[in-house]
Design a protein around this ligand. Structure first.
Ligand code: 9MR
Length: 454
């Protein structure tokens, strides 16, 4: 839809309208916002999106043929991380031979549905192919940088966030780097990886990702914090920190988790909860994690490490939100309720401003109320609910260079500038929606100029 700056016309309009209403139905699936009740989202992704966040899951390419799995994936989540398919051994099994098939399948599945993709992971001591395990010194450093460059280039423009480096610190009280063949190439291997990633995909957000970094008092958390602080001070390109948050896979949910999130955020990086799972899925811990994320403006979203318990790397602990039959567990309800009653939207993604609500209906007027919908890197959805009329026309103005690229549940016409849309009721109800391409202006929001009944 990028590069469709003109309003649809003629037969193109009919074709576009069909596509757009399909897009609209997809975009609105599970995101039904009742008039006057912006917290009524019925899925994790839609609810998170209303708060300027995402709710995602790890995905395994081999399960994309399982319709029970994809039904939940497509309904509930608006972000995915490849569980194994973007690891070094998966992407470069032989030196210089890259195999992208499974990773590409996941990326395509996600992007076709407006889900954002987290790349996991460019550089890691684990899951190295045999040829890399056997390398050291300059040869290994160059091979690692080449891997970062090749992979980030392959996926350029498709990955919202990269876990550039994963798990580079030791557990326990030392606060030291983990010993590994990569670490032995020199302490600057991490920043070298970040610089290579930035060069290869300047638009991806670059994250450092680790586990056992949840408790603010832990030496490992403090060590990662100091590294990020140092990177920010020296201009090493880092945008975000991922807390894996595998609770009771070695560490419990700590009561100071929110302090950890906000402390990292205060360094000027975004924070992501990247691999959440909690032994036996207790509702209170899941609820607390969601509340902690929503309390920190720079906490951009939560990814659970799998969909059903049977999909989990530790399935014996039933740590996820859906049981093996795909049914929602109590932890699911706790998460959705916490999301729906939580803070948002994120202050860095402002809600519609200007004139969100027209004056109360008098005479031929009606009231049109805007609700922010799902957003992606380059576009965002808005839904408008009309009250006080059954047939109506609503005038919406967009700030250029933003452009409306898709509409649903109404009949649009545009003025000659293409920036002012008049949406007329089409009998499908009193809520219509549209997608706006930001075209580089990520702050402007649509304005409602008028609502007229009849
Ligand atoms: O869930 C993943 C499992 O299927 C793999 O066998 C394992 C080894 O690659 O990795 C698991 O995912 C890990 C993630 O990549 C990094 N953080 C810890 C995760 C759980 O072990």
């Amino acid at each position: 839809m990028k590069g469709s700056p003109r309003p649809p016309t003629g037969s193109r309009r009919l074709r576009v309208a069909l596509v757009l209403s399909a897009v609209g139905m997809l975009a609105m699936a599970g995101a039904v916002v009742l008039p006057g009740d912006a917290s009524a989202a019925s899925t994790l992704g839609a609810s998170a999106a209303e708060r300027g966040r995402y709710f995602g899951t790890a995905v395994a390419a081999g399960r994309l043929n399982d319709s029970a799995y994809t039904t939940i994936l497509n309904r509930e989540f608006n972000q995915v991380t490849a569980e194994n398919e973007m690891k070094i051994d998966a992407l470069q099994p032989q030196q210089g031979q890259f195999t992208y098939g499974n990773a590409d399948r996941i990326v395509q599945h996600a992007r076709a549905r407006g889900m954002q993709v987290r790349g996991h992971t460019l550089a890691w001591h684990s899951q190295q192919p045999g040829w890399m395990q056997n390398m050291s010194g300059t040869a290994l450093r160059n091979a690692m940088l080449n891997h970062v460059t090749q992979v980030a280039t392959h996926f350029r423009g498709q990955i919202a966030w990269w876990d550039v480096v994963n798990e580079a610190f030791q557990d326990g009280s030392s606060g030291a780097r983990r010993d590994s063949n990569l670490q032995r190439t020199g302490n600057d291997w991490i920043e070298a990886a970040f610089r290579a990633a930035r060069q290869a995909d300047p638009n991806a957000q670059l994250c450092y990702n680790d586990y056992n970094t949840d408790n603010w008092n832990d030496a490992k958390t403090q060590a990662v914090y100091r590294m990020v602080q140092d990177f920010k001070n020296r201009g090493v390109p880092i945008d975000c920190v991922g807390l894996q948050s595998h609770f009771t896979g070695g560490s419990n949910y700590p009561s100071n988790y929110r302090t950890t999130l906000s402390s990292f955020a205060a360094l000027g990086v975004d924070v992501h909860i990247t691999e959440l799972d909690i032994r036996n899925a207790p509702t209170d811990a899941y609820r607390n994690v969601v509340n902690d994320c929503l309390a920190v403006a720079r906490c951009k979203g939560i990814t659970v490490w799998g969909i059903r318990d049977s999909d989990s790397w530790r399935s014996g602990e039933s740590p996820l939100l859906f049981n093996g039959s795909g049914q929602k567990k109590p932890a699911y309800d706790a998460v959705l309720t916490a999301l729906n009653s939580g803070t948002g939207p994120n202050p860095t993604t402002p809600p519609p401003t200007g004139n969100p609500t027209t004056p109360p209906p008098t005479g031929g007027q009606c009231t049109a109320t805007m609700t922010p919908g799902q957003s992606w890197g380059d576009r965002y959805n808005t839904s408008v609910t009309v009250s006080g009329a059954t047939t109506w026309s609503v005038v919406v103005a967009i700030t250029p260079p933003q452009k409306i690229s898709a509409t649903w549940s109404g009949s649009p016409t545009w003025d000659s500038s293409g920036n002012v849309m008049t949406m007329r009721s089409d009998g499908s109800g009193n809520t219509f929606g549209f997608t706006t391409m930001t075209n580089g202006n990520s702050t402007a929001r649509p304005q409602i100029r008028s609502c007229t009944s009849g």
